[in-house]
Write a protein that binds this ligand. Sequence first.
Ligand code: DC
Length: 251
Amino acid sequence: MTAAASIPHPNPLPARGEREPSDSEAGEGQRNVPVIAIDGPAASGKGTIAFNVATALRFHYLDSGALYRLIALRAMEQGIGVEDAQTLAVLARDADVTFEAGRAMLHGRDVADALRTEAVSTVASRIAVHGAVRGALLARQRAFREMPGLVAEGRDMGSVVFPDAKLKVFLTASAEARAERRYKQLIAKGISVNIDGLLRDIRERDIRDTTRAAAPLVAASDAKTLDTTELSIAEVTTAVLALYRERDTAA
Ligand code: DC
């Protein structure tokens, strides 16, 4: 989902300096808050679907990829190398990132559009391989877990960040279908792109995201996998809501 930057984030990230819960505390008070974890590869539609589900249920919404993108952009601006895990981890912990009225802000600047470039996508994917960076973002992501509930989307929402999520969904779609979706989104925005280049980028990112040692993109063992290649956004949203209602009724 490329247009996530225009999605309103109902709750801001804690600003720098604000206290965030530790990993163990995050489990304590928040255990009763239901989480729907939606994971999947680049351009699988998870951003749009997660946002639609959050809106339908009036839940909070976390676009975890935006956090990786914000750190990537900051690193690019500061000339920090993608291999410098320790400096990147400090950045991930301390960077002043917030979401205001649906716009991603970096140290007070609206960077929502800058986050969606292919250059930032690539750097985000490359810095996401570092366990230290992922660890630094863990508490920040868990801080989104607030009543009445959270829909969290990314790569490891069900497997690592919210292992106790009430519902875990893993969205898949062929690389060709995903490249075509992204192509249409960019063309609609007036950005001219080459579909073969998009397909190559998506395949490269898939390989990096699925083969990294730290929290690789993988369906949690208890996740429901939905292949969206032939489905519309509305159909997938309805399917996820139906799965959640099933769980809710069974609970
Ligand atoms: O979802 P996205 O395309 O905006 O994510 C950008 C990159 O961030 C993606 O290539 C991998 C990384 N990422 C991750 O490793 N774990 C997440 N939960 C979300 C994103």
